[in-house]
Design a protein around this ligand. Structure first.
Ligand SMILES: [Zn+2]
Length: 177
């Protein structure tokens, strides 16, 4: 009995150490720019912005305009499903917040897909590319699993086919000719 107790205490200690190290690895929210980002979404935002750099898409101005990225419990849910993510606009129709339903927290992979979807709308200038199909920018995703399984190529497609990426390319093309 005593042994079991010590073992439990040790594993609790190890777990709390682990939790701490995970916490310190999280990128810090960008406080200078006044953007408040929910900690659970922050890693996906950081990944997404890294990819913007890789594909040479400028995100600074848009990031600067954003006030908040949050997980909320106010998005509508019904028996058929519900809204998992949304861009919230101010009275001038400018996006000021990106919000995610608490339902995305049920599975980290779902949150990842929904986060990239909403960031795709905002940073990459996307509208929905199709109704119900298995790409990140579909209006409805019937299988998050299929997207996650194919994540690397899904993300590559998301960036390469985005309006922002192709806008940059057209400008270069025009200048070169
Ligand atoms: Zn959408």
């Amino acid at each position: 009995m005593k042994r079991l107790l010590i073992f439990l205490m040790l594993s609790a200690f190890a777990f709390s150490l682990h939790a701490q190290s995970v916490k310190s690895e999280l990128p810090k929210p960008n406080k200078q720019q006044g953007l408040k980002t929910d900690g659970i979404v922050q890693p996906y935002l950081s990944d997404f912005l890294e990819l913007c750099k890789k594909y040479d898409i400028d995100f600074h101005e848009k990031l600067f305009k954003l006030k908040e990225i949050a997980v909320v419990d106010s998005l509508q849910v019904n028996t058929k499903g519900g809204t998992l993510g949304l861009l919230v606009r101010d009275e001038n129709k400018e996006v000021e917040k990106i919000i995610f339903s608490w339902m995305t927290l049920l599975d980290k992979e779902i949150l990842k897909v929904v986060a990239f979807h909403e960031f795709g709308h905002y940073f990459l200038g996307y509208k929905h590319t199709c109704g119900d199909c298995n790409v990140i920018m579909a209006e409805v995703n019937s299988s998050y699993f299929d997207i996650v399984k194919d994540w690397e190529s899904q993300v590559e497609k998301l960036f390469l086919e985005s309006p922002e990426y192709n806008k940059n390319k057209n400008v270069n093309y025009y200048v070169e000719n």
